[in-house]
Design a protein around this ligand. Structure first.
Ligand code: MG
Ligand code: ZN
Length: 182
């Protein structure tokens, strides 16, 4: 049984946009993030993504476009020697009342079921409070990165108990793998 890491997408793997990432052209990797995913794989981790994509539910882009964006993400990570095992997404609008949109823990629970894994101690890395809340509710270990909305999230505070904070995914992964630079 491989170890798991759960990543948010926007603001962690790729640059975020207040206008949503609505096309493959708008999906641009944060430097170092694809390589960080490769390092996790090399250390024996399965990397899965859990991402809110309410732009689908709002009609800003359709499923074909979301799939094309994810195809670009897979190719970019593969070019760095890495692999994202699976992408779990919530396509629902914020007012749809689904149980998968973070901060609800539904996607995390689904990941636990699909991988038949305990989430206790599983690192869950995000840039928004709702990522950390979903992780904590599912029993995973929340990690905040300061890319994307991360700085604002840190300023606003109220982070779940024992949330760890790192500048970006690359630094978080170096810490997880015991390769801290200082
Ligand atoms: Mg995010
Ligand atoms: Zn949902």
């Amino acid at each position: 049984m491989k170890k798991l890491v759960i990543l948010d997408r926007d603001g962690v793997i790729n640059f975020d946009s207040a206008q949503f990432i609505k096309s493959p052209a708008e999906w641009k990797p944060i430097p170092g993030s694809p390589e960080a995913i490769a390092k996790l794989n090399q250390a024996g981790y399965r990397v899965v993504v859990a991402t809110n994509q309410s732009g689908v539910g709002r009609g800003l882009f359709d499923m074909d476009t979301l799939n094309a964006i994810h195809e670009k993400m897979h190719k970019t990570v593969a070019a760095a020697g890495g692999r994202i095992d699976a992408i779990f997404y919530c396509p629902h609008a914020a007012d749809a009342g689904c149980d998968c949109r973070k901060p609800k823990p539904g996607m995390f629970q689904r990941i636990a079921a699909v991988y038949n894994a305990e989430l206790k101690g599983v690192p869950a890395i995000g840039d928004s409070l709702r990522d950390l809340q979903a992780a904590a509710r599912a029993g995973a270990s929340p990690i905040l990165v300061l890319t994307g909305k991360g700085e604002k999230t840190q300023e606003e505070g109220d982070l779940p108990y024992a949330t760890e904070v790192f500048p970006d995914l690359s630094a978080a992964v170096d810490h997880l793998l015991g390769n801290g630079k200082n």
